[in-house]
Design a protein around this ligand. Structure first.
Ligand code: F6P
Length: 543
């Protein structure tokens, strides 16, 4: 009998199911009334992150049962296996060592008996030298012009992490070096990006782990053509293109000088790669010193995750609360709500990190799971979301567990009074309060309103959320925050016994698209199912 067959039948799972039944009618209001110190009790501070998880439907027993589940699923053992380079990505037979990328200690980390740390250091130094030369204006384009624009061409993990962090840390950026990101195969993306740029002062980073991804290679070739069209000299490529990849032979074939290739390794998953050379655009934007501070923040959370007992381990707690909401309370999704404009791409980044990792329906042994796995991740920054979709979160019929993320100190104070930031944070606190405690019919009736409106104005409350309050948005604190979510995802994958580090679910669409591209390009009739056939015919008719 495989380990997984027993998950739902296991004592730990069954007891949690019982716990959910037993506590389902207890309102969050009652939980807070019963314990005046609940807010302090169900909170944890790690580094610069204060996590308040008190506004979840749980009590001491629930937490103990969840921790027993984590023990049963051997979370500590699996965590050790990841950090020490065991090949825990079993379907691809790969180690999962993004943590080594930010391991600033001097200890060795082995993959296949080889210490990977010297290679990591070498690439970091290469990136730093390059970033300094571009930022200082020493790296000159083909016609002798310094670089003013960087265009990162990549998609998925080779785009979302760099975009998110570059936006998040824009405050620390070199303002006269303009960062652009092209990902979509839709020609509009590259067309509109290059429209106002001058190739003599533009540098392209072709970021692709495999260097075969169709979107990236198509955009890279278009960029190459754009440069050559205007500079009319093949030797210009060496001055205007660098690559970040694991695939040296394809990089060479593209015509990029291997000296201008920044390597990484198959044990870095795409969506876990922003602290590898994939972060080159980030380093160019914020500089090597800030990049190292970002790595330092990641390392702080890695160390906490590796060493803290499960009961006081922030990624573990977040993961278990997510499991509780997903598997025992029936939530299908999680909303990520940063009250920080600089984090406006954080929800999109977490969509890939979480959904590509844990959107799986078979166990590591290939057996169909009989429980729910990764939730749908979505979100937008506050306060914008409040005026868009919060209505459904407050009064809709669905359960939407929310993560509110805010900072004690703001980086900007445009009117010099601090009012913007106080209003922002007051809104964040207000939202989690309204979600948890709501407003009863009696409270609604306190003001004189027509009886027929009462039910419309009632807020049931009892809606769960976590709040993460950080000191200030810096490279260091951002690193801590990202690593927190990375490890949360890992822990959930261990509990569900799925491979969080493969992504076979993206393959079928790629193969079908290739075939359909060939057919519609050659004018060949698309055959097969009647829907796709009709769509292709209609498309061909409209050409
Ligand atoms: O298709 C999905 C995916 O493989 C992601 O996992 C990855 O981040 C992205 O494509 C880009 O891949 P690459 O860096 O190899 O171009």
């Amino acid at each position: 009998m495989s380990k997984n067959e027993g998950l739902v039948e296991s004592t730990e799972w069954q007891r949690l199911t019982g716990q959910a039944m037993q506590t389902k009618d207890t309102h969050l209001r009652q939980l807070f009334e019963a314990d005046s110190k609940r807010g302090e009790k169900f909170s944890l501070k790690v580094g610069d992150i204060y996590l308040d998880y008190s506004k979840n439907h749980l009590n001491d027993d629930t937490l103990s049962l969840l921790l027993e589940l984590a023990e049963k699923r051997r979370v500590s053992e699996q965590r050790g296996a990841m950090f020490t380079g065991e090949k825990i990505n079993t379907t691809e037979n790969r180690a999962v060592l993004h943590t080594a990328l930010r391991d600033l200690s001097s200890g060795p980390v082995f993959v296949d008996d080889e210490d990977v740390m010297s290679g990591i250091k070498e690439v970091l130094d290469h990136m730093s030298d390059f970033a300094h030369s571009v930022r200082d204006g020493q790296w000159l384009g083909h016609t002798g012009m310094p670089i003013k624009n960087i265009v990162n061409i990549g998609i998925g993990g080779s785009d979302l992490g760099p975009v998110m962090v570059t936006e998040a840390l824009h405050f620390y950026a070199k303002r006269d070096l303009h960062m652009h990101f092209v990902s979509n195969i839709d020609g509009t993306h590259i067309e509109e990006t290059l429209r106002d740029l001058d190739p003599t002062e533009t540098l392209f980073i072709i970021a692709s782990k495999t260097f075969t991804t169709d979107e990236t290679m198509t955009n890279a070739k278009t960029a190459r053509g754009w440069v050559l069209h205007q500079l009319k000299d093949e030797s210009a490529i060496a001055k205007h293109f660098v690559a970040v990849s694991t695939n040296e032979s394809e990089v060479k074939k593209f015509g990029i000088n291997p000296d201008n290739m920044f390597a990484f390794w198959d044990w870095v998953g795409g969506r876990y790669s922003l602290t590898s050379a994939i972060g080159l655009s980030i380093m160019l934007s914020i500089g090597p010193k800030h990049f190292r501070e970002l790595l330092g923040g990641f390392e702080k959370m890695d160390t906490h995750f590796k060493t803290a007992p499960l009961s006081r381990n922030m990624p573990v707690l977040l993961a278990l609360i997510g499991i509780w909401n997903t598997n025992f309370l029936g939530a299908e999704n999680e909303a990520i709500l940063p009250y920080e404009q600089y984090l406006h791409r954080f929800p999109a980044y977490l969509q890939q990190a979480n959904m590509e990792s844990n959107g799986k329906s078979v166990t590591k042994q290939g057996e169909r799971v009989d429980y729910t796995t990764g939730p749908i991740i979505w979100g937008e920054p506050g306060t914008n979301g409040q005026h868009a979709f919060y209505q459904l979160i407050h009064q809709g019929t669905r359960l939407v567990p929310c993560d509110f993320i805010g900072f004690a100190q703001s980086l900007n104070d445009p009117d010099g009074t601090g009012a913007h930031h106080r209003k922002l944070i007051a809104n964040m606190f207000a939202q989690s309060k309204a979600l948890a405690f709501g407003k009863t019919a009696d409270e609604v009736r306190v003001t004189d309103i027509p009886e027929e409106l009462v039910q419309h104005k009632v807020f049931e409350g009892n809606r769960p959320s976590n709040t993460l309050l950080l000191t200030k948005l810096t490279p260091d604190t951002l690193g801590q925050l990202i690593a927190l979510y990375e490890h949360k995802i890992f822990v959930q994958g261990v509990i569900w016994d799925i491979d969080s580090f493969d992504q076979w679910g993206v393959e079928l669409g790629k193969v079908l698209a290739k075939d359909l591209y060939e057919k519609i390009s050659s004018g060949e009739k698309v055959t097969g199912d009647s829907s796709t056939t009709s769509l292709a015919q209609e498309w061909q008719r409209l050409q």
